[in-house]
Design a protein around this ligand. Sequence first.
Ligand SMILES: NC(=O)C1=CN([C@@H]2O[C@H](COP(=O)(O)OP(=O)(O)OC[C@H]3O[C@@H](n4cnc5c(N)ncnc54)[C@H](OP(=O)(O)O)[C@@H]3O)[C@@H](O)[C@H]2O)C=CC1
Ligand SMILES: CCCCCCCCCCCCCCCC(=O)OCC(=O)COP(=O)(O)O
Length: 325
Amino acid sequence: MATSANRKSLLKVRAMDFITSTAILPLLFGCLGVFGLFRLLQWVRGKAYVRNAVVVITGATSGLGRECAKVFYAAGAKLVLCGRNGEALEELIRELTASHATKVQTHKPYMVTFDLTDPGAIVAAAAEILQCFGCVDILVNNAGISYRGTIMDTTVDVDKRVMETNYFGPVALTKALLPSMIKRRQGHIVAVSSIQGKISIPFRSAYAASKHATQAFFDCLRAEMEQYEIEVTVISPGYIHTNLSVNAITADGSRYGVTDKTTAQGRSPVEVAQDVLAAVGKKKKDVILADVLPSLAIYLRTLAPGLFFSLMASRARKERKSKNV
Ligand SMILES: NC(=O)C1=CN([C@@H]2O[C@H](COP(=O)(O)OP(=O)(O)OC[C@H]3O[C@@H](n4cnc5c(N)ncnc54)[C@H](OP(=O)(O)O)[C@@H]3O)[C@@H](O)[C@H]2O)C=CC1
Ligand SMILES: CCCCCCCCCCCCCCCC(=O)OCC(=O)COP(=O)(O)O
């Protein structure tokens, strides 16, 4: 009489016989091979897409923009680095050109200094870039500021400043560069939004509003530009360890000046920049670069809005208590 152990090993042998005597194993390896080949092709195409491309990056003086500059430079892009601080841009260019850690041919970056809250300066910057390079292949709208404050205490001037930097500035720069992209029927616009472009959290009204507006505008742009074969990628990161919270403005317009714990514990901007490069190479349309909790919060906002609003109200109560606001 066969014992249960014998029966189990007999079953195992029969299962192995079945797998090896049928087409399952070759099919499995075939699928894995096709998948691997697809990923490899995608990677090669992504690399070729960025190599020698004219890539404009705003907010290149610090944080994510600075790291994006490094990864796009190493990938062989012809960079146009933008920011308000000319010295910081010059220092970055020195750093980039001194590094030899790449196998592809690199190009000395060009820099343009302008303030995104100044519409005239944006138009002049776009004209200078087009005059110099003839075209722009990829525009990375990365620059931005954050904000902290209660809605009741915040002046409308502060609301406007955040909207001008995070929304109207990128919109104006995009509009200034679009006609040349349309003419060539080629181009790629990237908008660095935030998880707060998908959900609003208390005491971030101006910031969340500017990022929701960003998401909406660039989603519309994607649909309208499809006929010209112009790509649009919206990237929504969670917390990144940068100076964003230090540089944030408060209800009265003064600088916040503190690195929040959430920011300090955020992802490394180096890794996020690599993800941005990969998303651009794959021509992704909408990318969330965050941990599980913020991603779940987005689903919760859609599927159970009542519960999400209660959670946000409780978050506001707790923060009000702890900060006495
Ligand atoms: N850090 C985070 O946790 C997250 C960040 N993001 C987004 O990532 C992007 C980059 O931010 P991050 O690197 O974190 O922050 P940083 O504060 O480190 O960088 C912000 C950049 O924006 C530029 N900038 C700010 N205001 C203006 C302006 N008026 N005109 C031109 N440039 C301006 C700054 O340049 P300068 O001051 O030298 O002119 C700086 O280079 C932002 O859009 C932000 O909203 C999204 C999700 C999370
Ligand atoms: C089914 C379980 C669902 C659990 C949901 C819990 C809801 C918790 C809310 C989490 C909120 C996360 C907010 C993430 C915000 C974020 O990543 O923002 C990125 C930024 O732009 C940061 O800028 P800031 O200036 O605010 O530091």
